[in-house]
Design a protein around this ligand. Structure first.
Ligand SMILES: [Fe+2]
Ligand SMILES: [Fe+2]
Length: 239
């Protein structure tokens, strides 16, 4: 495929797969395989991050015949099996990104989970107790890992895949009390040091679909729970 051929990916986050809902996604994965060149999964792939839940998702992904790119979300860490979850999904061909990049049809994907910390001038800063500093350090570390991965991208088109929101825009609609836990501006600031085609994320189930980074780059909250222009649980994004 030439570098200028439009590339459409189906993007969805927060599937929260559980053992008690088998085959819930098979139809969806079959459908996106007909309309998109890649499927992008924006974290919270499982509800509690158990190997069994990852296996259920891996089994359902058999219905998907296009390349699958994804990142983990906070729920995938809940039971302490994140590495196993990654292995199970990588074994069925998912390009699971955690500070790495991959390429599909000449389009680069750059992925990290990201972290919380809040937005803009209200963002949590590294001050006070060690535990607060550790929290902020985790957010800074994720932003640095994103930056390092982005520096390796040479493709004209690049899509950033996150779980946490990089801007407040797409978390709008969520209760104000939880805004600092939905994402962090450090991710958005990092993205703005580069030129990207689109940024997709999940995590903010009650946020809104479209927003922009401070420099005006497009950000989409593709959590399955978010209402999207096509009326489907996934977004079709063309770059
Ligand atoms: Fe979620
Ligand atoms: Fe989440």
């Amino acid at each position: 495929m030439s570098d200028d051929t439009p590339f459409t990916c189906a993007c969805i986050g927060d599937l929260h797969v559980r053992e008690d809902r088998p085959n819930a996604l098979r139809e969806l994965f079959g459908e996106v395989s007909k309309v998109a060149a890649a499927l992008v999964l924006c974290g919270d792939l499982t509800d509690e991050g158990t190997p069994r839940q990852a296996e259920v998702l891996a089994e359902e992904l058999r219905a998907c015949t296009i390349p699958v790119v994804g990142v983990l979300g906070n729920h995938d860490y809940e039971t302490g099996h994140a590495d196993q979850v990654k292995d199970i999904l990588r074994n069925v061909g998912v390009k699971l990104l955690d500070g790495q990049t991959c390429e599909v049809n000449g389009v680069a994907f750059v992925g990290v989970k990201g972290f919380a910390g809040g937005f803009g001038r209200r963002m949590l800063s590294s001050f006070g107790e060690p535990v607060i500093k550790a929290f902020v350090a985790e957010a800074m570390n994720e932003a640095m890992r994103l930056e390092n991965a982005m520096r390796t991208v040479k493709n004209r088109r690049a899509i950033v895949v996150l779980h946490y929101a990089p801007v407040a825009d797409t978390a709008e609609g969520e209760p104000l009390e939880i805004m600092p836990f939905l994402g962090c501006s450090r991710l958005g600031e990092t993205i703005d040091r580069f030129k990207v085609s689109a940024v997709v994320h999940g995590h903010a189930h009650r946020g809104k679909y479209e927003g922009r980074t401070p420099a005006g780059q497009l950000v989409y909250n593709v959590a399955a729970q978010i209402e999207k222009p096509g009326g489907k649980p996934y977004a079709l994004i063309s770059v």
